[in-house]
Design a protein around this ligand. Structure first.
Ligand code: SF4
Length: 196
């Protein structure tokens, strides 16, 4: 038989407590009705890690109908044992927030005014510039030269002219996928506030 996890232990304890109260003859219908309305009822629980800092607290992301509906501390994590600091507790708002920006500000070269552009426009422009830059600057093994034409033996098979700077509000899973993408393109200048 597999060992009981902390999460199962708390669940079993909750069930036992409800059973004990029922044994006292108390009417539990209102309690059951309230439990049925819990917003994580029927949700899929996905273990994750808080992206904010190097402590790496475990989180449980509840997903329903393809949408994140709740994020809370993971009691099974040996690091935080179900607790989260105020930043980690507010992680749900990173993903689900009506105040999230949906457009970007763009200032063309030599322009003085900012223009508002759709996200898709920005994504296409970034992809185009990345392709052009990588095609131009990728350093092949044995042929590596810097911009002054000097041989650069320690910088082989990479693209040294594109860098990535991530923020802690990028979630753990996104950081993982992004790192894989950058490495596959030969990027070496990768930095992020989070240290997971
Ligand atoms: S920001 Fe808070 S919840 Fe997140 S990993 Fe750090 S200490 Fe844990």
């Amino acid at each position: 038989m597999s060992p009981t996890t902390r999460r199962q232990f708390f669940r079993n304890g909750r069930t036992a407590a409800v059973g004990a109260i029922a044994g006292l003859g108390l009417d539990l219908k209102p309690v059951k009705a309230a439990a049925a309305k819990l917003k994580i009822q029927g949700a899929r629980e996905v273990p994750s890690v808080c992206p904010y800092c190097a402590v790496g607290c475990g989180q449980i992301v509840s997903v329903k109908d393809g949408q994140i509906i709740n994020i809370e501390g993971n009691p099974d994590s040996p690091i935080n044992q179900g607790t989260l600091c105020p930043k980690g507790s507010a992680a749900f708002q990173l993903a689900v927030n009506p105040n999230r920006l949906t457009k970007v500000k763009y200032r063309a070269p030599n322009a003085t005014e900012w223009e508002e552009k759709p996200l898709d426009w920005a994504m296409d422009r970034i992809a185009k510039l990345m392709k052009e830059t990588r095609d131009r600057d990728f350093v092949l093994q044995g042929k590596g030269k810097d911009r002054e034409g000097r041989i650069v033996p320690k910088m082989l098979n990479n693209c040294p002219t594109i860098a990535s700077l991530g923020g802690a509000t990028m979630d753990n899973e996104w950081n993982y996928v992004q790192l894989k993408l950058w490495r596959s393109l030969g990027l070496i200048w990768l930095e992020n506030q989070a240290r997971i």
